[in-house]
Ligand binder design. Structure first.
Ligand SMILES: [Zn+2]
Length: 510
């Protein structure tokens, strides 16, 4: 039989461990190793395996009436529902100390029938499995559960457009979150801090890697599931950079550049992550140590991924410093939007490491403005910057509904395209095949800047105007003019060219 003292000690320790951020399963496993009194450790090991099957913590405890009485289980359940298991357990420990709660007077044997039947929970397990298998079948990249004031919406990403599928009530959702946290080895008791985890599942014999992101919002935790298929290859270089000259330039840059910082820049949704991944793949030939540092848990072969976890002190800056100490050939940094991170990246680039990173920007001169705004000293930029790979995605006209339309000088002027000659241009009206958007597919336009002497001199002066001038001299044909020619050739509409021009100019948000 378990002594009241031992029950008190167990409750207090577990509460304290949860409070300090150790996940429930890990805490229980640790306690099971340490405690040997009256078979508590044996019961805890079984609790862990029941937890992994998807039962809630309180219903697991309920299976051991010989140790945990009905009152004990009810108090744990209350704390669980309020999402404060840690402080709840410490309060339970107090009640054990003053004799309000006593241990059960039986054996530590499991009695599954003693647990209150948890049909709700089984329903949630089924529901979640359904959501995951549907998402895999539809080949979606993202599922979002968005809590609102009194319900939760399930949204599924269909071609970069979120579609509302289902609505849950909050109590079902709370169970779902607990299940998701359990599956992705996250802390069940934590509801205030963002958490990142990962679930690996097999659906129809296909391995699926699900990145789990939990973000606390006013109406509760928002769950985001990002699906990727580890066995599936991303788009290849030929498909992403279709222009031969630019592709050769890109391959040459990746082959010859041994150190320095390469920034992949572009407006929001311009595919810079894809390009950075392709660059990483080019470098990943087995001859280099490559560190990839980011918030996401990834596992591509040949690359050492470090997941940033600020809540345990593994911040972006600390991760970069750790990676630098092991002297790798390449570091891939998810993004460098913080002052300290930007400075660390440039320091690494100056010490002989090839650093790849990405940045949201409207044009190449804005990339440099942002670097200086992040307080990177000009001498570090001067010595560190290797290249800027800027890109923008231009939508291609749908071949099914394209048509020729007359554009007058006034039409073109109002679109901000007064440099185009009035005349007939291709346009589209939208049809079933293109979801009424008028466009199918996108073409990436690149601008690859390798700093020359003039640009380097402008950089060491830290003069933004001089940098812009030096950039223009390197650029050759400006991106907006190339997009205009693309419209003139009938690949896209003047409207799309105008949209891109607005994005590239300083008026539109990134
Ligand atoms: Zn169409």
């Amino acid at each position: 039989m378990l002594s009241p003292k031992a029950l008190e000690k167990f409750s207090r320790k577990l509460g304290k461990m949860l409070g300090s951020g150790i996940p429930l399963v890990v805490s229980l496993e640790m306690l099971a190793r340490e405690d040997s009194e009256s078979g508590l450790n044996q019961a805890l090991n079984q609790v862990v395996s029941k937890l992994k099957e998807g039962y809630t913590f309180s219903s697991c405890l309920g299976m051991f009436p010989g140790i945990f009485t009905e009152v004990y289980v009810a108090m744990v359940k209350a704390a669980e529902l309020q999402g404060r298991l840690d402080s709840g357990l410490v309060e339970i420990a107090e009640s054990c100390a003053d004799g309000t709660i006593e241990p059960g007077n039986g054996s530590p044997e499991i009695d599954e029938s003693a647990a209150t039947p948890d049909e709700e929970n089984l329903k949630v397990i089924k529901l979640l499995n359904q959501i995951i298998s549907d998402a895999v079948k539809e080949k979606t990249g993202r599922v979002v559960c968005k809590p609102e004031r009194d319900h939760v919406k399930l949204l599924i990403d269909c071609n970069a457009h979120l579609e509302h599928r289902e609505t849950f009530d909050k109590s079902t959702y709370d169970r779902m979150i607990a299940r998701v946290k359990m599956m992705s080895a996250l802390d069940i008791a934590e509801r205030q801090l963002p958490q990142d985890g990962r679930i690996l599942v097999k659906v129809d014999n296909e391995m699926v890697d699900i990145r789990v992101q939990l973000v606390p919002t006013v109406f509760g935790e928002q769950v985001m599931l990002f699906f990727s298929r580890p066995d599936e290859k991303g788009p290849d270089l030929e498909r992403v950079i279709t222009d031969n000259t630019q592709r050769e330039q890109f391959i040459k840059l990746m082959k010859e550049q041994k150190h320095g910082l390469i920034v992949f820049a572009g407006p929001h949704g311009s595919g810079k992550t894809t390009t950075m991944n392709i660059a990483t793949e080019q470098l990943n030939d087995g001859s280099r140590v490559i560190f990839e540092i980011g918030r996401i848990y990834k596992s591509p072969a040949g690359i050492s991924c470090m997941q940033v976890r600020p809540h345990i002190g593994m911040t972006m800056v600390n991760s970069i410093r750790t990676a630098v100490r092991s002297d790798p050939e390449v570091m891939v940094i998810e993004d460098f939007g913080e002052e300290e991170v930007a400075v660390e990246c440039f320091k690494a680039a100056n010490t002989g490491i090839l650093v790849l990173t990405q940045m949201g920007a409207r044009n190449t001169s804005e990339v440099f403005k942002q670097i200086f705004n992040l307080k990177v000293p000009p001498f570090l930029v001067y010595g560190g910057i290797a290249a800027v790979c800027f890109q923008v995605l231009v939508r291609k006209l749908c071949p099914h509904c394209r048509k020729e339309v007359d554009f007058s000088a006034d039409d073109l002027f109002s679109l901000g395209l007064s440099d185009m000659k009035p005349g007939r241009y291709s346009d589209s009206c939208g049809c079933d095949k293109c979801n009424n958007s008028g466009y199918i597919g996108r073409e990436a336009f690149y601008e690859m800047i390798v700093p020359d002497k003039n640009l380097k001199e402008a950089i060491i002066k830290g003069d933004n105007n001089e940098i812009s001038q030096a950039l223009e001299a390197i650029q050759g044909t400006r991106l907006e003019n190339r997009v205009r020619s693309y419209a003139e050739a009938g690949n896209t509409s003047p409207r799309e060219a105008a949209r891109i021009r607005a994005i590239l100019s300083l008026q539109a948000p990134i």
